[in-house]
Design a protein around this ligand. Structure first.
Ligand SMILES: *[C@@H]1O[C@H](CO)[C@@H](O)[C@H](O)[C@H]1NC(C)=O
Ligand SMILES: *[C@@H]1O[C@H](CO)[C@@H](O)[C@H](O)[C@H]1NC(C)=O
Ligand SMILES: *[C@@H]1O[C@H](CO)[C@@H](O)[C@H](O)[C@H]1NC(C)=O
Ligand SMILES: *[C@@H]1O[C@H](CO)[C@@H](O)[C@H](O)[C@H]1NC(C)=O
Ligand SMILES: *[C@@H]1O[C@H](CO)[C@@H](O)[C@H](O)[C@H]1NC(C)=O
Ligand SMILES: *[C@@H]1O[C@H](CO)[C@@H](O)[C@H](O)[C@H]1NC(C)=O
Ligand SMILES: *[C@@H]1O[C@H](CO)[C@@H](O)[C@H](O)[C@H]1NC(C)=O
Ligand SMILES: *[C@@H]1O[C@H](CO)[C@@H](O)[C@H](O)[C@H]1NC(C)=O
Length: 659
């Protein structure tokens, strides 16, 4: 066992002990909307919440307490979190609420610390999370209309809510739990369907499970246009808007749907999201402070989105349309950094809150220490195409036309499409996706020789060379599903035919790849080249695995500590430490350059393993003096230059991606 996140010392324990006095031990509480006095009432008393968003799915459980305590110490009396359906039901009918997915433990922790909870239960959540939290297996019915009263969609929503809602019921405020309000759907008024029957269906389902007392609400953009299709009688309508605008005017929009009742901004933006290839978003703390002060002065309720952004580990990032995937970091320029550290913005927000209520006594928790473990040499293992037998756990599928990820029942990561060239391509011959059907990125090889990269919306044709009968390998990367708008029906893989010199390619051999399982099993490590081989077997520019090992140094107290992983000379890929999928790196496109590595995945007793899947170019070629290494550094770089410097970086506001 490693040290608890209580490495911050005894203050924490004191705080925890003290905070339990804040909770009335046995009297069951009431939480209601007072329409006559335009406010909430908690246990009969006028109540206003000052809340912040933290997604338990983006912070390792190991750090939940640390982040929540920091939020409590900022003066918040509530937190808001989403429930990502696809995080809990990755396979239809198989539910996971263990470990980092243990929602009930998270809710208990909030209660112990003295933070109320505003729960956004979905089924759709947006959240810059793969497919807005909807499981990709819903797309097994190709024509399904998500977020509507399509009976096939509702059937699965019903089954899921039958599992989720009974779990959260004991945590409602009325039942002595922390949950004061539950959000139904999310920004539904921004979706094309405008299906009131769907919202009515959800309302009934939520009431059936949670009872009549709990406050159910909706959230939409602060404009009549959004509230029109997003609000429904019986669901309290709230709005979301960022800083810098006219605060009273934004709340007037809420009055369009709710003439009486408390004013609520459910998403007050403390920062903004990033996309690969676009400039890192930063919003000045002064702008946040000013608008927050105005909101609080109006006695309105507010949730700061995000207060702690965290990380989209593994494959969980989403994308916006036209296709712009989001990076691994969800730092959001929030008051607490991705690694949970108080920023200048944190202190400025805390100061503003202090003008409107008494702040909790005691010191603000310090940043968690970081450690630069330095350069770690890595060794090349094998190319992906040569490793198919350890990566693919079920035999390949033969198909005349290409199959999508969903058709292969693989939902995340990478798949391999194999074919043979039906003709001589001695001159460069165009391999094309005329219908823009490479979702989302394809690494193309002929007989193991790199040919080029195809990318959704960007590169639909490359020239390849090879002989009749040569092996054509296409490694297909799912870079994250669209999480907003009609594009959430986002199929992955080769979703349309490929042509070679204008002829449709047929008779594919398709391999489902479970790289995570192969990494965890340790079988990948066995692919290590014999030491007698001096040069790489394969060209350094084809997708391949690299392995590094390192020990946590002895004699330094309080290790392991958090760190950041940097990829000097590397291009794009995925990385695991001790089998934990840290996410995607892509310094060649930016703006994110380093990946956050939480301390709890590092081992002090065993040798630590880093597995790198580099998709393009590793600095491990035959060049003299090439440093084939990754590097642990002690501070993050999220604002590196991007490969799209010509991108017109207008202030990226909500409306601009709410197309
Ligand atoms: C803000 O909006 C309110 C209500 O629409 C209006 O009365 C006020 O003049 C506006 N303030 C500014 C500075 O524009
Ligand atoms: C393809 O090229 C090879 C070698 O250049 C040649 O032997 C073969 O006949 C060609 N095949 C066709 C179908 O043109
Ligand atoms: C493919 O090769 C042809 C002929 O050399 C050339 O005209 C064309 O621009 C090339 N296309 C790409 C995408 O490189
Ligand atoms: C691929 O081409 C075949 C033959 O034209 C066609 O029947 C099929 O629908 C195409 N598949 C896709 C996904 O476009
Ligand atoms: C594809 O496979 C079928 C049989 O499975 C065969 O009849 C057909 O000729 C093959 N097509 C090509 C282009 O090889
Ligand atoms: C790898 O392949 C690329 C493209 O074919 C080529 O430009 C490069 O020289 C090759 N590198 C090595 C080390 O063979
Ligand atoms: C790293 O991999 C080696 C070999 O597979 C294994 O023995 C060791 O336990 C791994 N280390 C950790 C921390 O999982
Ligand atoms: C990136 O952020 C750091 C830390 O806030 C800052 O010092 C640096 O100037 C920024 N770099 C760019 C290119 O904006």
């Amino acid at each position: 066992m490693q040290q608890a996140p209580g490495s911050m010392g005894p203050n924490l324990l004191l705080l925890l002990a003290a905070s339990s006095y804040l909770i009335s031990p046995s009297l069951s509480g009431s939480f209601q909307i007072d329409y006559n006095n335009d406010c909430f009432r908690k246990d009969g008393k006028k109540f206003r919440y000052i809340s912040g968003s933290i997604h338990y799915s983006r912070v390792p459980r190991y750090y939940w307490k640390d982040r929540l305590l920091k939020m409590y110490m900022a003066g918040l009396n509530a937190i808001q979190t989403y429930v990502p359906w696809n995080y809990h039901e990755t396979i239809p009918g198989k539910y996971d609420f263990t470990g980092d997915r243990d929602l009930e433990s998270f809710l208990k922790l909030c209660n112990e610390i003295g933070l109320l909870v505003i729960l956004r239960a979905g089924p759709y959540i947006c959240a810059e999370w793969d497919m807005g939290g909807l499981p990709a297996w819903l797309l097994q019915k190709k024509s399904i209309v998500l977020r509507s009263s399509d009976p096939d969609y509702l059937r699965f929503v019903h089954k899921w809510m039958d599992v989720l809602l009974p779990k959260i019921k004991p945590f409602l405020y009325q039942n002595n739990g922390p949950i004061i309000a539950v959000q139904v759907e999310n920004e539904y008024g921004s979706y094309f369907a405008c299906d009131y029957d769907y919202l009515r269906y959800l309302l009934k389902l939520f009431r059936y499970h949670l009872g009549d007392e709990v406050v159910l609400f909706t959230t939409d953009g602060a404009g009549k246009g959004y509230l029109k299709c997003g609000s429904l009688q019986g669901l309290y309508a709230t709005v979301d808007f960022g800083p810098g605008g006219n605060t009273s005017k934004s709340f007037e929009a809420q009055r369009y749907a709710e003439p009486h009742g408390p004013m609520v901004n459910s998403e007050f933006y403390t920062g903004w999201l990033d996309h690969w290839g676009k400039k890192h978003s930063v919003i000045k703390k002064e702008v946040i402070a000013k608008s927050l002060d105005e909101i609080l002065a109006l006695e309105a309720n507010v949730n700061m989105y995000m207060f702690e952004g965290g990380t989209s580990f593994g494959y969980w990032n989403g994308a916006n349309s036209p296709y712009w995937p989001q990076p691994t970091s969800y730092d959001f320029d929030a008051p607490l950094s991705e690694a949970g550290d108080p920023t200048d913005k944190y202190f400025s927000v805390r100061q503003v809150i202090g003008k409107h209520k008494t702040l909790p006594a005691g010191p603000v928790l310090p940043a968690t220490p970081k450690y630069a473990y330095g350069l770690i040499q890595v060794k090349k293992l094998q190319s992906v195409t040569d490793s198919v037998n350890v990566l693919s756990f079920s035999g390949p599928v033969e198909s005349v036309y290409p199959l999508t990820f969903v058709e292969m029942k693989q939902y995340f990561g990478y798949m391999l499409y194999r074919n043979t060239l039906p003709m001589n391509c001695t001159e460069g011959t165009p391999l094309a996706s005329p219908q823009n059907g490479v979702h989302d990125r394809a690494y193309v090889m002929v007989d193991g020789v790199f040919q080029g990269i195809m990318e959704r919306n960007k590169v639909n044709t490359i020239n390849i060379t090879g002989q009749t009968g040569s092996r054509l390998d296409i490694l297909l990367e799912n870079m994250g599903r669209i999480n907003y708008g009609g594009g959430i029906h986002d199929f992955k893989g080769l979703v349309t035919n490929l042509t070679l010199a204008s002829n449709i390619l047929t008779n594919w051999t398709i391999y489902s790849l479970n790289i995570d399982k192969a990494v965890a099993s340790g079988n990948l490590n066995k692919l290590q080249r014999k030491t007698s081989e001096a040069l790489p077997e394969v060209n350094a520019s084809v997708p391949a695995f690299y392995l590094g090992t390192f020990k946590i140094p002895n004699g330094i107290p309080d290790l392991p500590q958090d760190t950041y992983l940097k990829f000097p000379g590397w291009t794009k890929g995925q990385v695991w430490i001790n089998g934990f999928n840290l996410g995607r790196y892509w310094p060649a496109r930016g703006p994110q350059v380093t990946l956050y590595v939480p301390a709890h995945i590092l081992s002090t007793s065993a040798v630590n393993n880093i597995t790198v899947l580099e998709l393009e170019n590793a600095p491990c070629g035959i060049e003299l003096n090439a440093v084939c290494a990754v590097e642990f550094v002690d501070s993050p770089i999220l604002n590196g230059t991007t490969a799209y410097t010509n991108f017109h970086s207008r202030a990226f506001n909500k409306q601009s991606w709410h197309e």
